[in-house]
Design a protein around this ligand. Structure first.
Ligand code: ZN
Length: 95
């Protein structure tokens, strides 16, 4: 569910979770109990802390930053792996 921001007439801001079909235009202020109107803000869906959203964020992030390994990490100093079989690549300068 998306998070919506509300602002009351006293100036308090608070966030609340509502489904998109059931979000009210006004809500009771959590600080002073007054009438708070919904504020139009940029959506921050990923700011939710539910496990489902964390899983979605992790899945989306892993598509761009895959953490793929082909072996278990060694206990000693890690040696650079050869990633190419082309002998011409051996002549390229090393960083
Ligand atoms: Zn208030």
């Amino acid at each position: 569910m998306p998070t919506y921001t509300f602002r009351c007439s006293e100036g308090c801001y608070f966030d609340a979770l509502f489904s998109m079909a059931e979000v009210p235009a006004t809500a009771e202020c959590r600080n002073c109990g007054g009438l708070a109107k919904r504020v139009i803000t940029a959506p921050h869906l990923s700011a939710t802390s539910s496990a489902a959203f964390q899983l979605l964020d992790h899945t989306a992030r892993s598509a761009h930053e895959p953490a793929v390994v082909d072996r278990l990490p060694s206990r000693g100093v890690a040696r650079p792996q050869r990633v190419t079989q082309n002998p011409l690549h051996a002549k390229l300068p090393r960083a």
